[in-house]
Design a protein around this ligand. Sequence first.
Ligand code: BMA
Length: 844
Amino acid sequence: MPKNEELVAIKEMSLNGHWQFRQSGNDSWLPAVVPGCNYSDLIANGIINDPFYRDHEHQLQWIEREDWHYRKYFELNEELFAQEAIELVIDGLDTYCDVYINNVLILENVNMFVGHRISCKEHLLLGKNEIRVEFHSPIIKTLPKYIDNGFTYPAENDKSSERLSVYARKAPYHFGWDWGPRFVTSGIWRDIKLVGITKARIDNIYVKQNLISKELAKLTFQISLAPFTGFNGFVNVCCQNVDGITQKIPINLTTDKNAINVNIDIKQPQLWWPNGLGEAFLHQFSIELLDGEQCLDKQLLSVGLRTVEVINEADAQGESFFVKVNGQPTFMKGANYIPSDSFLNHVSKEKYQKVFTDAVSANMNMLRVWGGGIYENDEFYQFADEHGILIWQDFMFACSLYPGDDDFIENVRQEAEYNIKRLRNHACLALWCGNNETEMGIQFWQWPEKFEYSDQLYTKLQQDYDLLFKQVLPEMVEKLDPQRFYFSSSPIGFWENKADDNRGDNHYWGVWHGEEPFSEFKNRVPRFMSEFGFQSFPILESVQNYSVASDWRLDSPVMKTHQKHPRGNSLIQQYMDDEYQEPKDFESFLYLSQVQQALGMKVAFEAHRSAMPFCMGSLYWQLNDCWPVASWSGIDYYGRWKALHYQVKRSFEPVAVFIDEQDEQVNVNLISDKRECESYYVKQQLMTLDGVVMHSQQDTVKIEPLNVSIFSSQPRAELLAMHDATNLVYVVQLFHDDSQQSLISEAFHYFVPTKALALKPAVITSHLSYQQGELIVNLSSGVLARQVHVSMPGHTGNFSDNFFDLLPNMNKRITLNIEALSQQEVALLDEEIKIMSIIDSYQQ
Ligand code: BMA
């Protein structure tokens, strides 16, 4: 929470920045940066090479078995030293470490996800001081537990023979995943500072939203204070963007009385809405602790006023699972988010911001912070609040059983308390979920057979499971965040049982893991799809960043290092053989892998949205990558949108047209997520791939709010009539008005699989111009070009549209945000621009 340093008595001194580090046992100290980690510091000192490059990962595994020491010398000035109390505030230590101030041990940390505040004035000196943090190898530290146990926890993504990740409260993906490398880091990964306090400080604020309606918002600010002296003062709560909303409450602080409730009512409040439904409006509150005229401490809070409910209850069709925002059932459109880097200190504020601008650009309203990563940084949730992106928050447990001993449970209890308190005031936070897929694992992943558990042991492991996820975590949520929904494990329904599509959320992995065709997405529509996905490769411009030309074949050691799913490459190829003609070279294969992923996932997005309100959510696996790799992501590590992200943008348009062929009928569906009824123009065309229009029709239509309707349903045979099915496209476009520029959604339907389509070699002409921060590219082609990909070598920026189907003889305008360009530079880009479509990727 930001403080206004000018006015408040509290004095802060950051300990971020320059530190020193060494591998334990070495005498010499080297420069280091905090927040950071040992890998980053080793890279910066030239001791190791870029861990993401080629197959360097394998050479760097020694690092996890070493201990790492960090130290910093700092000067304490008189002003800070004169404060009544001084606290060391550490937001995150990764993971097992001892913290010393001037050689006095003040903390033994055992959890990456817990921050600390340690009163330490008695150990500090005026002038020069030393802080030292000694990290113990997470491997060596947890090994004795594993040896004592005599069995292995089923952490199948932990890429080592001894699966130790479950013992450490540390980001599970650091130990390897089926899209991630194994880099088990150590370091001071979040901010660290000293805080000097006079008399008292604000300890915690919980904003309880008791009632939210259009007419009235009733809030209670539950404020806890940490007093170091007894005194009479005031707490002042003030809303900065609504006149007259202020409460100044007298307090009589003793050293043991420190809680106060402040009630705030706001008439006709402006509500917070998720993206697509309205403005994500945030009320700005300041909370001050006053001693007479002096402000001892001040915090600023952005509060979105809204209700969020998860309705998970028995209903006529089974068991519902949907989100209501401000009483409004809302279809959730989004993706699963994994940490944006293996080295968390590399995730800059700009990178976080891009996550949310990319999500908003693709018409999303929810991201799931998946349980194998981290409880994200504060700024992640601030951006989510500001951008109207709801957050589904897992606790950090995924795909495994976990210990249940007292120490472990107590450790998790502290982790839950710390993170619930940290995140509960965020408007974006929609729900808490105990873990990812452990209940599915218990039922379907044959753990007793694979890991040779006796009945007795497996019963005990499941009791431990119940203790943690059905008792401890729900109790913590009930106590600290009673207004939020908790459930123990996602998914509730299992894809292995088709009947489960009627119950709760579902992760459907029949496509990909189950090797079923993409068309199965239509037959497996659950109440809420919280995971489904298909892999692709980054395009060549990205692959070039981590490999050299001699690596560019699927079975090279480098490409295998950057594909973590054991069957990944063969699955991509297998599906491609079924759907597409053979790609002519490696670059074409990479491109086609993206086209295949996007068009495959399109089937799912459209099936889910068309099944509203039975199905009320579509969160695909996965938004992003933590390193450059072949994966399920829609945005590659370097920030380039894959074909999938462009498809997501189209499929998640608030008002959209979809065409679906079922049982020889071609149906046109109109979908609206809007809250109001609106009128649109619908243009239908049936044309050959070289542009001869067989039929064209234009209608106006009213689309009801939050609704799916069938606009038309025609027999396939009637549409095809005497035409050649391999040479035909049926296009339906939705416009706001009768101008071409008002296009809001368009659907292309082909009557044969892509492989059989009679695509003609396309000459796509492009015309480039530059206007007010935008490079404008106008494209056209004499014949239909499928999945046109435009790239500008050397540029990672994303075009407004890409990987689209280009109709014959139609102009398509796409734009790219780019800093000022001269005419000459535009001409240069004109030469460099690369354009390809499906036909160019085939062997001719
Ligand atoms: C889901 C996720 C991840 C995994 C992905 C792809 O089950 O929860 O564990 O990376 O599938 O296999």
